[in-house]
Design a protein around this ligand. Structure first.
Ligand SMILES: Cc1cc2nc3c(=O)[nH]c(=O)nc-3n(C[C@H](O)[C@H](O)[C@H](O)COP(=O)(O)OP(=O)(O)OC[C@H]3O[C@@H](n4cnc5c(N)ncnc54)[C@H](O)[C@@H]3O)c2cc1C
Length: 590
């Protein structure tokens, strides 16, 4: 049996000590968002996740969702937990007050998202998808659609989905075939089959709102001919209740490796009535609002699972007695020492910890930028923040979920064979973590987004949003002897990142295969540099403080610089080695 306690101390560090939370409070409309307001919310969120969601994680995994005659049932306890989730107002946390939301900034709701992912990722999928649908509708829906549907999403009464994937079309959405035919009343009739639709059908809410990508009859081929439609499971009555059943239904659910309590559905649309969201043939752009929000959320899934795996691995490592410390017994009165004394176990735990705390800190930075991009009074500041979010989105999605996978595998390894068998619950974290590297655009595709779109966007403007402040940070801090052990390796890694960027830009222009071949390594190098800056900043906060929390921060910062950041040498080498070894291997030789 695993346990979970929200890492509130570290969350507060990331929010208030490492970042300038006062900048969030200073944003228009956020004046009341002070630590005094936020802390009780985080406390309550932690309690809810630990006491209501975490106890259902294992039973949900064992029971999974069931499918019978088009009806999907979630595992025992999920309905009650979802009702409690809505009753306590959690779906409204980061939603617009105009539609019943609480208007809290992303910086705050992100912390709660992480807690849900740690406690019960399967459960988190349902409100997660709803929030994505909320974002797309809020940004692109007509006033009438917004008025009808947003309050229901915000209260959690109705849920949302995101219907992109079709059997022949996953990454390449330009291939999609679902059709949308205009009706005389201004609505559309949607026909087609979508697969792998998370929360496509379930028993938690009285209605489900599908956001569906489809083609108009005269649409151009490819991704420029895709429009976005809202298709409710039940057509709402004038007084806002679920009315006539629409012609959309689940045909099956998938049996899968993890997140078994999250329903993954085949959805059949048979001339189902829908309404256009956004402009004709501009559906992919509208859907990107949802996908970008979702990509950040999926990154947080990796972080949340890494955290819960770490907590349980540490608890086990303190208790499990095997072997003796290499420098002499640590607990001579016992038959053996706790495995925590062994260097290799410490390596695994510290790798997890450095990944988790670094990613949490980076997540807060990106969420703060999202809030700035949404609320700041100055358009130039909004643009600057938006650029930073756009640049970091593929990095958060891919690096955090890779970290989540690596960390949950390490967490399992710390328990040895006891991690591999089901009893301790560690293998579920591994299984649940794996999908995050795949959906919302595979991690390989995120890396292509970074090198293909983000690097070159606005003649390198996104990159400059990261490079210039980092260069200024180094200039301010280089030469401070107490920081040298952090700043010097950061400066070297940054120099390699700049060199790799220049090389990639030049080679990619001549041959796009070169950019594709280096993309994954480049994304990792980029992430390491971003994390190294945060660890240097962490060390600055922690230096000279005697409290155990800060000593642990400093020690983790040292571990990161000594044992994780050096991966940048290898990444730099593989990027600079170019793509010839991938290109020259003939297809027939595979
Ligand atoms: C549990 C689960 C839940 C899901 N939930 C949803 C959902 O709610 N809504 C939804 O619409 N979809 C959902 N999906 C679908 C998911 O987003 C897709 O599986 C994913 O985008 C990849 O598409 P694919 O599986 O067709 O793989 P493919 O696109 O066939 O890719 C196969 C491999 O080829 C690589 N590849 C493909 N194209 C390129 C390229 N141009 N360059 C480099 N590499 C490439 C990929 O990285 C991958 O490794 C879900 C999937 C699962 C398993």
């Amino acid at each position: 049996m695993t346990s979970y306690a929200a890492p509130l101390r570290d969350m507060r560090f990331a929010l208030y000590e490492l970042s300038h939370f006062a900048e969030v409070t200073a944003l228009p409309g956020c004046g009341e968002v002070t630590p005094e307001l936020v802390d009780p919310i985080l406390d309550a969120g932690g309690t809810f996740c630990a006491e209501v969601l975490a106890p259902l994680n294992r039973s949900g995994d064992e029971a999974g969702c069931t499918f019978e005659n088009g009806v999907v049932r979630t595992p025992d306890g999920f309905k009650q937990a979802y009702a409690a989730y809505c009753r306590d107002g959690w779906p409204a946390l980061h939603a617009d007050p105009a539609f019943g939301g609480q208007g809290l900034p992303k910086t705050v709701s992100l912390m709660f998202e992480e807690m849900i992912c740690s406690a019960n990722l399967s459960f988190g999928m349902y409100p997660g998808l709803s929030h994505g649908a909320y974002e797309a509708l809020h940004a692109h829906g007509t006033p009438a659609l917004r008025q009808t549907y947003l309050p229901k999403l915000v209260s959690g009464e109705w849920s949302g989905t995101m219907c992109l994937t079709e059997p022949h079309c996953g990454t390449d959405l330009g291939l999609l075939r679902t059709r949308a035919v205009p009706d005389a009343d201004g609505s559309f009739r949607i026909t087609g089959t979508k697969i792998f639709i998370s929360a496509g059908e379930h028993d938690l809410t009285s209605n489900i709102l599908h956001l569906v990508l489809a083609r108009l009859p005269d649409a151009p081929a490819g991704s420029r001919g895709i429009s976005l439609f809202l298709v409710p499971k039940f057509l709402p009555t004038p007084d806002g209740r679920p009315g006539v059943r629409n012609t959309v239904a689940a045909g099956a659910i998938e049996h899968k490796m993890g997140i078994k309590a999250s329903s993954t559905c085949v959805m059949n649309f048979d001339a189902a009535q829908g309404w256009m969201v956004g402009k004709p043939n501009r559906g992919l752009a509208a859907m990107f609002t949802m996908m970008n929000a979702a990509r950040l959320s999926v990154g947080i899934q990796g972080l949340g699972l890494a955290e819960v795996s770490y907590q349980n691995a540490v608890a086990y490592a303190r208790e499990r007695l095997q072997g003796r410390a290499l420098n002499g017994p640590a607990q001579p009165d016992k038959p053996a020492d706790p495995i925590l004394v062994h260097p290799d176990v410490r390596r695994m735990l510290l790798t997890m910890r450095a990944g988790i705390e670094g990613c949490r800190a980076l997540g807060v930075r990106v969420a703060m930028a999202q809030d700035t991009a949404t609320h700041h009074a100055d358009a130039a500041r909004r643009e600057e923040a938006d650029d930073y979010v756009a640049l970091m989105t593929p990095i958060i999605k891919a690096y955090f979920t890779d970290m989540g996978w690596d960390a949950t595998v390490l967490g399992m390894q710390v328990l040895g064979g006891h991690g591999y068998i089901r009893d301790h619950g560690m293998e579920q974290f591994v299984r649940d973590a794996r999908i995050a590297q795949i959906y919302e655009g595979t991690n390989g595709v995120q890396a292509l987004d970074l090198v293909g779109r983000k690097m070159s966007a606005h003649a390198g403007r996104y990159l400059r949003r990261f490079f210039h402040p980092l260069a200024a940070y180094l200039e301010t801090n280089q030469g401070k002897p107490e920081l040298a052990e952090f700043i010097d390796p950061l400066a070297k890694a940054f120099a390699r990142l700049q060199q790799a960027t220049a090389a990639l830009a030049a080679r990619g222009l001549a041959d796009p295969f070169e950019a594709g071949a280096a993309a994954t390594d480049y994304l990792r190098l980029f992430a390491l540099v971003a994390l190294a800056q945060l660890w240097a900043e962490t060390a600055t906060v922690a230096l000279g403080k005697s409290d155990e929390f800060y000593r642990a921060k400093l020690a983790t910062a040292r571990f990161f610089m000594a044992k994780i950041l050096p991966q940048n040498y290898t990444l730099f080498s593989t990027i600079m080695a170019g793509g010839a070894s991938l290109k020259q291997f003939e297809d027939a030789m595979f």
